[in-house]
Ligand binder design. Structure first.
Ligand SMILES: Nc1nc2c(c(=O)[nH]1)N[C@H]1C(S)=C(S)[C@@H](COP(=O)(O)OP(=O)(O)OC[C@H]3O[C@@H](n4cnc5c(=O)[nH]c(N)nc54)[C@H](O)[C@@H]3O)O[C@H]1N2
Ligand SMILES: Nc1nc2c(c(=O)[nH]1)N[C@H]1C(S)=C(S)[C@@H](COP(=O)(O)OP(=O)(O)OC[C@H]3O[C@@H](n4cnc5c(=O)[nH]c(N)nc54)[C@H](O)[C@@H]3O)O[C@H]1N2
Ligand code: SF4
Ligand SMILES: [Mo]
Length: 647
C-alpha cells in the first residue's frame, strides 16, 4: 500500500487536500480528505470520495477524428497535424479573431488551466470573459469595495451569526457548512439561510427566510432600514471608512415594512428577526452565494447584501470568493503579460448567438462542456454543428460537447498528472501529485499546446518554458513563508492575504454610492427591478446537487435526474400528478421531465437540478437566456420563466 497526497482540482469552494491510497498494483483503493488541512478536516464530499471510479468509465481512450457521423481512432501525430493544419489555414485566411479558445474550470490546476493559455495568447486567438459563473457578483462587489475578497472559512468558527444568502452550502460547500455547524455546536452560533426554496441548507437553519427569487435587493434594503431605524449601525465606522451613507439611508427609508413585504413576500417579523440577529449577534459573517447573482437582478442583489456588514462596522464581513486577495501573477502564467497583443474577448454567456452567426471558424474546447452548460443551447448547438466550424475538444471523458467535435483529444484527469491548485475560499496550498500513471493514451494540456505551437513554427520562447519556472515566478511573493520548492517537497503552505481594510475604490473607502457605477452608466446604488413574469409562467430555478459537479460524475452516479419539483397548489391547478411527464417550455425551447410534487418549492416556482438533459434528449439549457447581465456580464439562469404542461 502506498499513499499519495494531492488536491481536488474541481471548481469548488472547498479545494480539499486529499490522501489517495493505492494497492500494490497501483490501483486506487480510496480517496480521503487530509486531516492536516484545517478546512478539509479529513473528509470529502460524495464526488471527491468516488472520483477514481471516473478513471475507468467513459474515457476518451485515444485521439479520434470525425469521419461523417462516426469517430475514427487515430494516433497523436495524425490528429495534431490535422488540428495544426486547420488552425494555420484559418489564421492565414481569417485571422486570429476567427479562432475561439473556449476553456473553463473543469480542472482548476495552474498547469492544466492557466499555462496552456499561452498558445492562444501567442497567436492572439479570441477568448471569453469567463463570466458564466461568478463574474456579476465580482463586479458588483468591486463597485463598492474595489475588489471582492472577504471573510475566510476558518473565521466561521469565531462568529456568532452566519447568514447563507442564496448559498446552498450544505451541498455546494460541505466544508464551510461543516465549519458553520461546528461553530453552532461549540459556541451557539446562529445559522440563517435566505433562499426562495427549502434547500438542504435551509432545512437545517435556525432561521430560514424565503423571499421570492430576484427580490433580495428589496429584502436587503428592508433589513438596512430596520438597522438604521433601530440605531444598530456603527456610525463611527461608517464615518471613517465609507462614503455615501446619507444617500443609502434615504434609499433604504423607502423600504417600509409594507413595501418590503409586498415585493419580497417575506413577513416583516422575519426581517425584524434577522435585523435583531445582525444587531445583537456580533460579529457575523454574510456568506454570499454564487446562486444569488445568476438572475436579472443578480449583480444588484450582491451589491445590496454586501452593505449590511459594512453598516455593522465589519471590514469585508462578507464572503464571496477570495481569489483576488492573493498575490499571484496569473497573467504571467497564462502568457497574457508576455504576448505582444491583447486578444479579442467575447462574452461567454452570449456565445450561443456568436456561434449561431458563425463568428468562429475554429473552436478549441478544454476543461468545459459547453454543449450542456452554456445558455441558449439550441442556438449554440446549431452553431457548432455547422460544417463551416472546426471543433476540437481536449477532454478526459466522452462529453456531449465531444460528440459535436471534429477532433477529440484525450486528456489525463487530475489523478493522472502533477499540478498546483490555488483555492479561492481558504488559503492553504499543497502540491498535487499525480496518483496513477495515465490510464488512456492521454497527453497533458501543456504537451498538446507545445506540439501545436511547434507545428505552427511559433518561435516565442515562453511557449516552451518549463511551466514550473513560470509558476515559481508567478508565486514568488505569494506565500506567508516558504516557496514552490518547499511545496514540492510536501509542505502545506499558506498564501498571504491582502489586508481586510484595503479598499481600492476611487475614494479609497467603501463606496455605498459607487462612483464607478456612475461612470459605467449604472445606478450609483443598487435598485430593485420588477420580475417580469409572463402571465401563466413559473420561475424555473436550477442549482447544484450533491453528487455532480456540473455535468461531471454521471459516470459514477448515473444521469442527472431529469425532474422538476412542483408545488402542490400549482400541480393541482395544472392537473399534474406526481410522476407525470411534463413539458417545460418557453420561446427558446422545450424540455421533457418527470414532475415531483414537492412543497420545498413555493407556488409559482419550480426547481430542477442544473445542467441536466431532458427525457427527449434536449438539454435543460435550451430554456436559458444568453443575454448577459449588464453588470459583470454574468448569466440569468434563475430568471428563466416557463410554462408547464402535462405531456
Ligand atoms: N441551468 C444552469 N446552467 C448553468 C448553471 C446554472 O446554475 N444553471 N451554472 C453555470 C456555472 S456556475 C458553471 S461554473 C458552469 C460550468 O460549466 P462547465 O465548466 O462546462 O462544467 P462541467 O460540466 O464541470 O465541465 C467541465 C469539463 O471539464 C472536463 N475536465 C475535467 N478535468 C479535466 C482536465 O484535467 N483536462 C481537461 N482537458 N478537461 C477536464 C470534465 O470532464 C468536464 O467535461 O455551468 C453553468 N451552467
Ligand atoms: N455539489 C456541488 N457543489 C458545487 C458545484 C456542483 O456542481 N455540485 N458547483 C460549484 C460551482 S461551479 C458553483 S458556481 C457553486 C454554486 O453553489 P451556490 O453558490 O450554493 O449556488 P447555487 O447552487 O447556484 O444556488 C444556491 C441557492 O440559491 C438559491 N437562489 C436562486 N435564486 C435566488 C435568489 O434570487 N435569491 C436568493 N436568496 N436565493 C436564490 C437557490 O434556490 C439555491 O438553493 O457550487 C460549487 N460547488
Ligand atoms: S468537490 Fe469540493 S468538497 Fe468535494 S472533494 Fe473536491 S474540493 Fe472537496
Ligand atoms: Mo460555477
Amino acid at each position: 500500500m502506498k499513499e499519495v497526497a494531492t488536491v481536488c482540482a474541481r471548481d469548488c469552494y472547498d479545494t480539499c487536500a486529499l490522501i489517495i491510497t493505492l494497492d500494490e498494483a497501483e490501483q486506487i483503493l480510496s480517496i480521503k480528505g487530509d486531516k492536516k488541512n484545517p478546512v478539509t478536516r479529513g473528509f470529502t464530499c460524495p464526488r471527491g470520495a468516488r472520483d477514481h471510479e471516473r478513471l475507468y468509465n467513459n474515457r476518451v481512450e485515444a485521439p479520434f477524428l470525425r469521419q461523417g457521423d462516426r469517430f475514427e481512432q487515430t494516433d497523436w501525430n495524425t490528429a495534431l497535424s490535422l488540428v495544426s493544419r486547420k488552425l494555420g489555414e484559418i489564421l492565414n485566411e481569417h485571422g486570429p479573431q476567427a479562432v475561439l479558445y473556449l476553456d473553463y474550470a473543469g480542472n482548476t490546476g495552474l498547469l492544466t488551466g492557466a499555462f496552456p493559455q499561452r498558445l492562444w495568447n501567442a497567436i492572439g486567438a479570441t477568448q471569453t470573459d469567463w463570466a458564466l459563473c461568478s463574474a456579476s457578483g465580482h463586479e458588483a462587489l468591486s463597485l463598492h469595495y474595489g475588489c471582492s475578497y472577504g471573510t475566510t472559512p476558518l473565521e466561521l468558527l469565531s462568529v456568532n451569526l452566519v447568514v447563507f444568502w442564496g448559498f446552498n452550502a450544505a451541498v455546494s460547500s460541505p466544508h464551510m457548512w461543516a465549519l458553520a455547524r461546528q461553530a453552532r455546536k461549540s459556541r451557539g452560533t446562529r445559522i440563517v439561510v435566505i433562499d426562495p426554496r427549502e434547500s438542504r441548507t435551509a432545512t437545517d437553519a435556525d432561521l430560514w427566510i424565503q423571499p421570492r427569487p430576484g427580490t433580495d435587493v428589496a429584502l436587503a434594503y428592508g433589513i438596512i432600514n430596520y438597522l438604521v431605524q433601530n440605531s444598530q449601525v456603527d456610525l463611527d465606522f461608517i464615518k471613517e471608512w465609507t462614503h455615501g451613507f446619507e444617500e443609502l439611508k434615504v434609499e433604504a427609508s423607502k423600504w417600509t415594512p409594507e413595501r418590503t413585504e409586498l415585493i419580497t413576500g417575506v413577513a416583516w417579523k422575519h426581517i425584524q428577526e434577522l435585523g435583531e440577529a445582525y444587531g445583537n449577534l456580533e460579529p457575523s459573517a454574510t456568506m454570499i452565494g454564487i446562486g444569488l447573482q445568476k438572475c436579472d437582478q443578480g449583480a444588484d442583489q450582491v451589491r445590496a447584501v454586501s452593505f449590511i456588514p459594512a453598516l455593522l462596522g465589519l471590514h469585508r464581513g462578507f464572503f464571496y470568493s477570495n481569489g483576488d486577495s492573493f498575490s499571484i501573477n496569473q497573467r504571467l502564467i497564462s502568457g497574457r503579460a508576455l504576448a505582444d497583443r491583447a486578444p479579442r474577448i467575447v462574452q461567454q454567456v452570449a456565445l450561443a448567438d456568436l456561434a449561431k452567426h458563425r463568428e468562429f471558424k475554429l473552436i478549441y474546447v478544454s476543461g468545459m462542456n459547453p454543449a450542456m452548460t452554456l445558455p441558449n443551447q439550441n442556438d449554440f448547438r446549431e452553431g457548432i454543428s455547422s460544417r463551416e466550424v472546426f471543433v476540437v475538444v481536449h477532454e478526459t471523458h466522452w462529453t456531449k460537447t465531444a460528440q459535436y467535435a471534429d477532433a477529440v483529444l484525450p486528456a489525463p484527469t487530475y489523478l493522472e498528472k502533477d499540478d498546483l491548485v490555488v483555492p479561492w475560499s481558504h488559503n492553504y496550498v499543497q502540491y498535487s501529485n499525480g496518483a496513477v500513471r495515465p490510464i488512456t493514451d492521454s497527453r497533458s494540456e501543456i504537451w498538446v499546446m507545445q506540439e501545436i505551437a511547434k507545428r505552427l513554427r511559433l518561435t516565442e520562447d515562453w511557449l516552451y518554458e518549463d511551466p514550473w519556472e513560470a509558476v515559481g515566478l508567478a508565486l514568488q511573493d505569494a506565500f506567508e513563508e516558504g516557496s514552490l520548492e518547499s511545496l514540492r517537497s510536501g509542505a502545506m503552505l499558506k498564501l498571504k492575504r491582502k489586508p481586510r481594510n484595503g479598499y481600492p475604490t476611487p475614494s479609497g473607502k467603501i463606496e455605498f454610492r459607487s462612483s464607478r457605477a456612475v461612470e459605467m452608466g449604472s445606478n450609483p446604488l443598487p435598485t430593485q427591478t420588477p420580475l417580469g413574469i409572463p402571465k401563466g409562467n413559473l420561475i424555473l430555478l436550477t442549482s447544484a446537487t450533491p453528487k455532480y459537479t456540473s455535468t461531471q460524475f454521471q459516470e459514477v452516479y448515473g444521469a442527472i435526474p431529469a425532474v422538476v419539483l412542483v408545488n402542490s397548489e400549482d400541480a393541482e391547478r395544472l392537473s399534474i400528478e406526481n410522476g407525470d411527464i411534463v413539458e417545460l417550455s418557453n420561446d427558446r425551447g422545450e424540455v421533457k421531465v418527470k414532475a415531483t410534487i414537492s412543497n420545498t418549492v413555493p407556488e409559482g416556482i419550480v426547481w430542477s437540478p442544473r445542467q441536466s438533459e431532458g427525457l427527449a434528449g434536449k438539454p435543460q439549457n435550451c430554456l436559458m437566456s444568453s443575454n448577459p447581465q449588464e453588470i459583470g456580464r454574468g448569466p440569468r439562469f434563475n430568471s428563466t420563466t416557463v410554462t408547464i404542461s402535462k405531456h
